[in-house]
Design a protein around this ligand. Structure first.
Ligand code: SF4
Ligand code: SF4
Length: 88
């Protein structure tokens, strides 16, 4: 299953099959929002699938504005950032 968010000319898509559950994305997102690390402030959510050792679900809260920051820091290629047209 693929989840994602689109805002203006920016899209972010998630491939949970590549996710290692490292929560790097959550840390960076929360730091951007909160100016300190606080997982409860993250707009991307990583949940371990019940009964699965290393399988995770990736979802985004309604507050995600597709800033694409989390995709820049995902070390496992589970998040893909796409920008189309527009002014950089
Ligand atoms: S795209 Fe931006 S706001 Fe959305 S989850 Fe990633 S870092 Fe957070
Ligand atoms: S940074 Fe990437 S691999 Fe790590 S938890 Fe987030 S989506 Fe998964």
């Amino acid at each position: 299953m693929t989840t994602g968010v689109t805002k203006d000319n920016r899209s972010i898509t998630a491939d949970p099959s590549k996710c290692a559950g490292c929560i790097t994305c959550m840390l960076h997102c929360s730091f951007r929002i909160n100016n300190k690390f606080n997982l409860s402030k993250s707009r991307i959510l990583i949940d371990r699938l019940v009964g699965r050792e290393n399988e995770f679900d990736i979802s985004f809260t309604g507050e995600c504005d597709a800033c694409l920051l989390c995709a820049q820091y995902c070390p496992y290629g589970a998040l893909t950032a796409i920008k189309t047209g527009g002014i950089e």
